[in-house]
Design a protein around this ligand. Sequence first.
Ligand code: PNW
Length: 486
Amino acid sequence: MTRRNPTKLTGAATSTSDQASSRRIRTRTFPKRFYWGVGTSSYQIEGAWNEDGKGKSIWDTYTHTPGHIKNNDTGDVANDHYHRYKEDVALMKDIGANAYRFSIAWPRIFPEGAGKPNSKGLDFYSRLVDELKAAGIEPFATLYHWDLPQTLQDKYGGWQSKETAKAFADYAGFMAEHLGDRVKHFFTINEFRSFVEAGYQGFDTQVGGGKTLHLGGAPGLRLSNGDLNQVRHHAVLGHGLAVQAIRARGRTGTKVGFAENMLVPVPVLETPEYVKAAERATRDLNADFTTVMLEGRYTDEYLKKTGKDAPKFTDDELKTIASPLDFVGINVYKPNRYVAPSDEPQGYRSIPINASHPNMQSEWHVFDPQCLYWAPHHVQSLWGAKSIFITENGCAASDVVANDGRVYDSDRIMFLRTYLTELQRATAHGVPVSGYFLWSGQDNFEWIYGYGNRFGLIYVDFKTQKRIPKLSAMWYREAARRNAVV
Ligand code: PNW
């Protein structure tokens, strides 16, 4: 990547176009002290799957079983980040990120899920955090990005049991105790909806034309609806117990929240009735995760809808699940549906995504920048969140290295500029968004799609481990530097 100021024109620019340009940028700035971050997760980049005493995770098992992953790819080596983290931190600094959301591999810390900790595993994250701080990059740690210790799967059926939720809280408290002197922000669990549904039944996500797409993941179970609702309940319970453990064992001032891919309804019109309908739909569609974590109750509609399949729970558990948070993290990629008002009791009508609706490269990825306006809007208007992080947003693109050795990902620039325009609009309307984490810092192991879908700002040649910042990395650096859409 060139280090010249990329906005500098070599020809003579007229003063009127200079003025127009600075006006454009001035009116599109983000709040002061906004975090411009990038995100990754342990299994997707670290490699070193069996080094330094790490225990096996359910994703090691799942990828080692042929037929689960495109091309039978695995995360055994991935980006080899475990050995190259210094180079990776330097690259993050180069692309202008001032925050980094990474995840901790639970089986590196507790190879058996609980019991005796592995000091070499802890040491890796401690060195990573030091490297980040020295580069002026704020570390944000996610405690669970799906790589459950295999032992807990074997012993308890993973999140089918409350024992896993309790073990998670112990591990969360341990991390807050040991990294809390330098890590001020913790996310408990990443995307409840994705890992619960994909792993325990199969994940149906809406795509254009009224179709749904079925996605799988570790541990690859196919539970009944009743059992699945119980897994959902244990996952949010694990989150609540972890929040309490972090508060108990971390330093004062440690901030904690979750990172959920809530379903995002977009109103057909931006009028009060339509917006209200979209808010109702948001509360309803997210009753099993976001709503219960922020309200401490399962909505009447949810209990009615699930009937005999409703989860079993106690009032005490609901209180734990809704332990007060410092911020709400949401992963936002696409709208779930469009919404209009209705006289039906639920108060809204769902309008499916049209078949011709444009898509980014991932087959599930409906392209629609407006979801990045409405998701944080709904979180604030429904639940009064004081601080919201966009914990993931980004896209896969068909990136290739050109003859001159560069990667020209024009569609990712289009994606970022249009989505961030909507996020900036939300902040200008008073929605308290504190930061944005682009997914992803680097191309990486994209779960069942293997290495085929590239989400990075940095291109990775998985044969040589060479990293090449893409054109979008230059765009992102400039946006971060100016704290504005550019
Ligand atoms: C997220 N959908 O997964 C995960 O948190 C990341 O680990 C992953 O690499 C990234 O997004 C890109 O996929 C998602 O179907 C999986 O809407 C599926 C969906 C959304 C997010």
